[in-house]
Structure formats: C-alpha cells, structure tokens
Write a protein that binds this ligand. Structure first.
Ligand code: SF4
Length: 291
C-alpha cells in the first residue's frame, strides 16, 4: 500500500514484480547502509550525505510512463492563513495530533508605514524530481508513483527515518504508532478518480493549484505559463538540486528569502508549535540575506 491509502488497500499501479524488485533493492540497500554508514556511498559522482548507491534507488526514482507530470502552484499572494488546507489534509488522511502532512507557515514583515504585514505560505512535500528521500531510503519504500508523485510503499517502509533526515524541506514525519514515514502523496486516492487533493478542494482563497503540467489545458499549466511570463515563480531552496514540482507565486514585497527560514530542514518535521500564538512575540529566524 502507498501513502494516503488505508492500511488494507493495495498500491494502485505497481506490478507484483515491481514490488518484489523493490523488496530486493530494499534488502540490498539495508546491507549497503550497514557497509557505508550514513555518508554517501559507492556512486562515483554521489557524495551527498545519506545518499545510497545509484543502483539502489534508480528504478524507484523512475516514474511510471503514464504521460502525466503532476505539479503544484502555491500562490502566496492569495493565502490568508485560514489553515483550511491543513484541517482538510488531517481529516482526509487521519493525521494524528501533533503531526502534519502539510502546514501553513508565516512570516511577519515590517511595513514602510511602521505596521506589520504577515505572509502565509501553505507548505508540503515538494514532490522533487530528484528526490533525496528516495535516494536515502534503505528499505525501498520511497518511490515515484503516478505522474511522478513521490510515494511511500507501506508494505515495505520500516521506519528507518533516513528519508526524514534527507528531506531538505522537513516534509516527512515518522508515525509514532506504525513507525513508518508519512508525507503528502498528492491525495492519489482522490486524484486517481478525478478529484482534486483535499487541500485544493478546501482552500477558499484559491491559493493552491494541482494538476498535470503536461496538459496545457489544465488550470495549473495555464497558471504556470502566465506566472512564468510575469517572472513571479520561485522554487524552494533551489541550491539543494532537488527540482521541486512545487512552485510558489511570490509578491516581491514579501520575498521567499525572508520566509524560507521558517520551513523545516533535514531531520525536522512540521511542528505543532509553528503557529502557536504564544510564539508570536519571539524573534524570527534570521534570513540568509537582506531583502
Ligand atoms: Fe522527498 Fe522531501 Fe522532496 Fe518530498 S520534499 S520529495 S519528502 S525530499
């Protein structure tokens, strides 16, 4: 079974042979981890910490040939911080208290008038094309599913948390009961039957767009084209080289480099403290540079 599906449900598309192959690779990877430790492994050009040898993850990094390329646009100019996406995601996916598949971060800006302005940014897995979580997974669970969505195979995941340590965006948590990795899976159980992800369907401000970027008639493709022409699109931490499938429309008065430090990094997950009113008076993390 894959992310977002109930524990009894089988994965929608991979064949038995692919699953067997994944288990074999998982066993190999576990052995490799035992041999090389946490540092980068045998691949000649691979020195990223936690990354396993290419032969362990290469097949899992390859998406099914379904002609689709699922992606996201997050319009930070439209989000007003209702947290409806978080609530919908929690309800849809039975996310327990204290854990999050998606979270809306915020950052306060001083206005030239002397007041404060708050930017809200809905955040979740970036469904990276070159996903570090897949490269780090020693049991073979993290893989590409339909449209290139990054998925977890729960018949295989054994809670190593190497994926969590590798994710540059803090998008994974380890379920404390099942001891398995949990992340956004693009609501595959909905998308596969023609529905939108729960967060998209719930967002009252139309800040979230999801769809097939290979389809020029999809809303997300049309919006991506227009925003790219206006030079409004940015990706999160491009220096990580992950090629995220999520792009952010950003207002130049509230630049990404200011709010980006609020997004968790490797080894972290979204925190229940992130939006606590009791933290509102505390200093904000330092941005990397001025803006
Ligand atoms: Fe994996 Fe993190 Fe990228 Fe999602 S954002 S695909 S969990 S590395």
């Amino acid at each position: 079974m894959t992310s977002g599906e109930s524990p009894q449900r089988d994965e929608a598309s991979p064949s038995e042979s692919r699953q067997s192959r994944r288990r074999f690779l998982g066993d190999s990877a576990t052995a490799a981890v035992g041999g090389v430790g946490a540092a980068g492994a045998a691949g000649a050009d691979e020195t990223v910490e936690g990354e396993l040898p290419r032969e362990v993850w290469e097949e899992r990094m390859t998406a099914p040939n379904d002609g689709k390329r699922y992606g996201w646009i997050v319009d930070t100019r439209r989000c007003f911080g209702c947290h409806g996406c978080e609530v919908a995601c929690k309800a849809e996916n039975d996310v327990p208290l204290g854990h999050f598949i998606r979270q809306t971060i915020y950052h306060d800006f001083e206005c030239s008038s002397g007041g404060l302005a708050r930017v809200m940014v809905p955040m979740a897995c970036q469904h990276c094309e070159d996903a570090p979580c897949i490269k780090a997974c020693p049991c073979g669970a993290l893989h590409k599913g339909a449209g290139g969505s990054v998925q977890v195979d729960y018949d295989v995941c054994s809670g190593h948390a190497a994926c969590k340590d590798a994710c540059p965006y803090g998008a994974i948590y380890i379920d404390p009961v099942a001891n398995q990795a949990v992340k956004c899976h693009n609501c595959t159980h909905r998308v596969d039957v023609g529905m939108e992800p729960a967060c998209v369907a719930t967002c009252p401000s139309e800040a979230l767009y999801f769809g097939d970027l290979n389809d020029p008639e999809s809303d997300v493709s049309k919006l991506q084209k227009r925003l790219a022409e206006e030079d409004k699109l940015e990706t999160l931490r491009p220096e990580k080289g992950t090629k995220p499938r999520m792009q952010f429309a950003v207002d130049e008065s509230r630049p990404m480099k200011k709010w980006e430090p609020k997004v968790p990094r490797e080894g972290a997950s979204y925190s229940p403290e992130a939006y606590s009113v009791f933290n509102w008076g505390e200093p904000e993390p330092e941005a990397d540079n001025d803006g």
